[in-house]
Design a protein around this ligand. Structure first.
Ligand code: UD1
Length: 419
């Protein structure tokens, strides 16, 4: 069990290089097994979720090997096993993409129900509704989901709720269905576009990814491709907030600034200076007087729920009263009890959190209750007077590459200890 020890109040400065997007990686890797061929995926983040997928694929009979830390070669030519019920697959929420990918290629799959972060009910009814619309039968047997079809046939599918996972999963299955599929009220997150771009490089015919309506003309086969994953919007946002909360000045590099618009707008409202370049954003909070604001989480291009805990850490030291409305997950405020250990004044009622800004946080013993909650603990610790111990770092490792190393390079006093 690792812990992070942080001594706070160092102003961060310098440049941080952002890794590839976790949420793109965990969809692109399963998509790669749809070709009876070799794919090479580059700019992968070296994080636990990707390592876990690598092990899962190898256990399925895919020959999956790291060319270097960020490049995975995936040879699915001998893949035969469509039953994915071993332990690793239960550890990741995104393992549900194996359902869509295997259904596309083999017209059948069985996958153990996904795990991942526990911040509320995480149904997959929309994924299954989409598979059914394409002609698949769906059976749920305890924790195992089984899908099969003689053939998949394109359909018009309206998504009742905007869902990232369901949009991608249906897109995967429809890629190899007969005829045309239209996904209406599709999610528009950058990693949906990334997965569509990758599939198109493999020979798929997908149009409209990144808009409300995605049109997919099915193809019989896909071929191998080489692909570079987009930068991680949430990792970038975490470091942007880190610069703000420590009154530092940091260049967050290797990013797509457009993906950060909703956060940049809020940081400007709070009083932070933002300068955008082609592939970087400079966040300057050295002379900022931080002011309260209100945040509503929404599907892209709205403010991402995955930056909600981190911005809460910042708002806890912004002068005045801030309000957060969480519109995506029903239990995403578990971390606020941990934030209160730093002295933060937060009141949660249902989907709303009211935060009374205080002038300074104090170091504390806290736990990372999930991945992004863990990131919020690091941010609070960086701003706090004194020392903080963060336990359950395994959650942070699921989605942040070399987190203590990147923060140390910016001047943070942070180290990992094994207990
Ligand atoms: C993805 C992200 C996660 C992020 C979330 C919202 C990955 C691997 N994870 O999760 O980090 O927090 O998007 O941006 O990309 N819903 C249903 N039925 C379904 C599916 C979803 O009702 O079948 C609901 C969920 O309960 C939730 C909302 O739709 O309220 C959005 O969920 P969704 O976009 O599907 O999240 P994930 O894809 O699981």
């Amino acid at each position: 069990m690792d812990k992070l020890l942080v001594r706070g109040q160092n102003k961060l400065s310098g440049t941080v290089m952002i890794s590839g997007a976790k949420n793109a990686a965990v969809a692109v890797i399963p998509a790669a097994i749809m070709a009876e061929d070799i794919c090479v995926i580059d700019n992968l983040p070296y994080i636990e979720d990707v390592k876990c997928l690598n092990i899962t694929l190898n256990k399925m009979g895919v020959i999956c090997s790291y060319k270097d830390k960020h490049t995975l070669k995936i040879d699915s030519s001998n893949l035969k096993n469509v039953s994915v019920t071993f332990d690793e697959v239960r550890r990741m929420r995104a393992s549900y993409y194996l359902l869509g990918a295997l259904l596309a290629r083999f017209k059948r799959a069985e996958v153990a129900m996904p795990g991942g972060c526990n911040f509320g009910t995480r149904p997959i009814d929309l994924h299954l509704k989409g598979f059914r619309a394409l002609g698949a039968k769906v059976e749920i047997d305890g924790e195992i989901v089984r899908v099969y079809a003689d053939k998949l046939v394109g359909a018009n599918i309206y998504m009742d709720t905007v869902s990232v996972g369901a949009t991608i999963n249906i897109m995967l299955a429809a890629t190899m269905a007969e005829g045309t599929t239209e996904i209406e009220n599709a999610a528009k997150e950058p990693h949906i576009v990334d997965v569509a771009n990758f599939l198109n490089m493999m020979g798929a015919k997908i149009k409209g990814a990144g808009t409300d309506v995605i049109r997919i003309t099915g193809v019989e086969n896909l071929h191998g491709a080489e692909y570079t994953i987009i930068p991680d919007q949430i990792e970038a946002g975490t470091y942007m907030i880190a610069a703000a909360i420590t009154h530092g000045k940091v260049i967050v590099k290797n990013i797509i600034p457009k993906h950060m618009d909703s956060l940049s707008a809020k940081l400007i409202e709070i009083g932070v200076n933002i300068n955008e370049g082609d592939d970087y954003i400079e966040v300057d909070s050295t002379n900022s007087k931080l002011k309260s604001t209100s945040i509503k989480t929404m599907a892209y291009p709205g403010f991402p729920t995955d930056l909600q805990p981190q911005i809460a850490a910042l708002l806890s030291i912004c002068e005045g009263t801030s309000m957060i409305t969480e519109n995506i997950w029903d239990k995403r405020y578990q971390y606020t009890d941990e934030l209160k250990r730093f002295g933060a004044k937060i009141n949660v009622e249902g989907r709303i959190a009211i935060i009374e800004g205080i002038s300074e946080l104090s170091g504390a013993d806290v736990e990372a209750t999930d991945l992004r909650a863990g990131a919020a603990m690091i941010l609070a610790a960086l701003a706090a007077r004194g020392e903080t111990t963060i336990s359950a770092v395994k959650y942070i490792d699921r989605g942040y590459e070399e987190v203590e190393h990147k923060f140390s390079q910016l001047g943070a006093d942070i180290k990992r200890v094994s207990v």
